[in-house]
Design a protein around this ligand. Structure first.
Ligand SMILES: Cc1cc2nc3c(=O)[nH]c(=O)nc-3n(C[C@H](O)[C@H](O)[C@H](O)COP(=O)(O)O)c2cc1C
Length: 377
């Protein structure tokens, strides 16, 4: 690649992926005129990070810095998890096999979606780093139980239960689904599972269990000894409830704008969530993370790490495993630079007050009256 075409930022990767992918696929992933709510929520997520100001310390010896940490006890080179997103083959024919290789090489965790294009076992066979399995809860619970059993047998290290997408099929959603190409007649992970023979792209949403509720955490616990990660938390009180239920980690997430649209930016929700829970639960966040400073801000607001959805799809679309590794590498380099310019030497000890107030005048960091008072906002 010559200097003009070299991709230097995650935004470059996203722009290039939008050019490379077929229009229908790009719109499905990134939003667009036919689904403006997704595009709006996605843009607001990114703005949420951008709008937070940093308050750097100076005159700190930053000659030795580390971006390494642990997420649920798993060592990572940078606090990043590749978010579980469906059907990676939409981006690249090697799909999740390439992503898993890249994650291992980059030293980060990879989350595999229930609706992946390669199976739990195929991905485990090529992965050199830790894998998490993302579970959707089907009306036919035995399907979900079987998926967890296979994830355990294949050495996955956590079960991520996505709770922001409970199978409700809105009119708009149905309309969009009919417009979309049916990517899978049956999702690869579901082939051969009794009762799941028909579960492909078109029947997916109606097959999810919309009765799933807090009491079902006990059922999830009974499926395996793996740590539970609840993904899709958007309120402090729900986060606290997860902690009370003994869940090991949560992901503050609005599904990158793909579930309920017109929700708050996750940066804003994160501040409320971390102010609502204690040390008994790890808090992760995703949505609009596009730069190393976004990660630094998330850590300052109390997150243990961040997940990447569209940046993962974009890296994969542009360069397969190399592209995904490069996206993680760019974020790691940017995070390292931001740390050195902020007087931070260790990602495990980013001070809370490194993040000040929002750029919008007079708007304090939501959910944190203490900090707002300290800063006399
Ligand atoms: C096209 C697309 C497919 C997704 N598929 C899944 C999925 O199968 N399971 C899941 O838990 N989340 C899924 N997500 C949500 C992501 O895991 C993640 O929460 C979101 O993409 C993060 O925001 P970002 O894309 O701005 O990084 C999907 C997101 C997108 C954009």
């Amino acid at each position: 690649m010559d200097a003009d075409t070299q991709l230097r930022t995650v935004a470059d990767y996203v722009d290039r992926a939008k050019q490379l992918l077929p229009g229908e696929t790009a719109t499905g992933m990134f939003g667009g005129a036919s689904n403006p709510g997704t595009a709006w929520t996605d843009a607001r997520n990114a703005e949420g990070w951008r709008d937070l100001e940093l308050r750097p310390h100076v005159m700190v010896d930053v000659s030795s810095r580390s971006t390494a940490t642990e997420i649920l006890g798993l060592p990572v080179s940078v606090p990043v998890v590749l978010s579980p997103v469906g059907s990676h083959v939409r981006s690249h024919p090697d799909g999740e096999l390439a992503s898993a290789r890249a994650a291992g090489e980059a030293g980060v965790i990879m989350g595999l979606s229930t609706v992946s294009s390669y199976t739990i076992e195929e991905v485990a066979a090529v992965a050199s780093g830790p894998l998490w399995f993302q579970l959707y809860v089907f009306r036919n619970r035995s399907i979900s139980a079987e998926l967890v059993r296979r994830a355990v047998a294949s050495g996955y290290r956590a079960i991520v239960v996505t709770v922001d997408n409970p199978g409700t099929s809105s009119e708009e959603r149905r309309f969009r689904a009919t417009k979309r190409r049916a990517e899978h007649d049956v999702f690869p992970n579901l082939r051969g599972i009794p009762g799941a023979e028909q579960l492909g792209t078109t029947k997916f949403h109606e097959s999810l269990d919309d009765t799933f509720n807090w009491h079902d955490i006990e059922w999830l616990r009974g499926l395996s000894d793996l740590p539970l990660v609840i993904k899709g938390i958007q309120r402090g009180d729900d986060a606290r409830r997860c902690e009370e239920c003994g869940v090991e980690a949560i992901v503050v997430s609005n599904h990158g704008g793909q579930a309920l649209q017109y929700t708050r930016p996750t940066a804003e929700v994160l501040a409320e969530v971390t102010a609502s829970v204690g040390d008994g639960i790890e808090v992760l966040v995703d949505g609009g993370i596009r730069h190393g400073t976004d990660i630094l801000k998330a850590l300052a607001l109390g997150a243990r790490g961040v997940l990447l959805g569209k940046p993962l799809y974009s890296g994969l679309a542009v360069g397969g495993a190399d592209g995904v590794r490069d996206v993680v590498g760019i974020l790691q380099a940017e995070l390292g630079a931001a740390m050195s310019l902020s007087g931070v030497t260790d990602v495990r000890a980013v001070p809370r007050d490194l993040v000040g107030h929002r750029l919008s005048p007079g708007r304090p960091v939501p959910g944190d009256p203490t900090l707002a008072a300290e800063l006399e906002l």
